[in-house]
Design a protein around this ligand. Sequence first.
Ligand code: FE2
Ligand code: FE2
Length: 265
Amino acid sequence: MITSYAAAPDIEVLTSSFPVPGFGFVPINAFVIKGSEPILVETGAAIESAEFMQALRSVIDPADLRWIWLSHTDFDHIGSLHQLLAENPRLRVITTFLGMGIMGLTAPLPMDRVHFVNPGETITLGNRTLTAIKPPVFDNPCTTGFYDRKAGVLFSADCFGALLQSVPQNAADLSESDLRDGQIVWATIDSPWLHKVDTAAFARELNGIRELAPTLILSNHLPAAPGHLLERFLGSLTAAPGAHPFVGPNQAAFEQMLKQMAAPA
Ligand SMILES: [Fe+2]
Ligand SMILES: [Fe+2]
C-alpha cells in the first residue's frame, strides 16, 4: 500500500513499505516538492506503478509537474517514469549521461526530455535552486542526490536507508538502536563495497555531508528525518564498514523459509 504524508508544508512523501522476509521492511519513497515548478523525486517501484499513480494523483495533478529528479535507474525508482512522461509532455527528467545510458538498455528516455545535472552542478527550477551531490553511499554509479541550500533540504537518494520492523512517518520516532541497526544492515546490503573503503577517505566523504548541515533529510529508504538526526546517521555509516558483511539465506535456509510460508497459520 502506498500512503502519503507531509514532510514539510511544501513537500509530500509517497511511501510504501516493502517486506524483506526475515529482515523487516524497507520503505520506498518518492517526494513531491511543490513550488512554481513542481518536482517529483523518483517515480515509485515498478511493481506498484498503477498504485503509485493513484497515490500521486491524491497529492498533485501529474499535469502540474514540471520535473522528475531521477536519482538513479533502479527498479524501486523508475516504476511510473514512462507513464508520467506520456501523460505530461512538459515534464523533463533530471538525470546524468550514465542514467540515460542505463535506461537505454530497458526503456529509453526521449533525448529531448532529459536534462543532465552532474554532482557539484546547480540547477534552478522555478523558486528552488538545487545542487547535485554524490551521496557517500550508493548502489548505482549514476546516483545523484541534491541539496536545496535555501530550504535546508538534503535528498540523499538510497543513502541513510534502513531496514525497519515498522515504518513511522518521522525517523525521529525510531528508537536509537532500531535506527542504527537498521541503517547499518541496509548499508551493508545496498553498498557491500563499504567493507573495502579507506576509512579515513570515507570519513572525509561523511564530513562533506556534515558541513551541509541540512534541516530536513529525505532518503529513498527512510522516513523523513529532521536535521538533528544527521550525526546519528553519520555514526551508523561510520560503523558500517566494520559491521558483518551481509550474506543472504543459502538454499537450505531458503527452503526452510518456503516451508514456513506454506505452513497453515
Ligand atoms: Fe538503489
Ligand atoms: Fe533504492
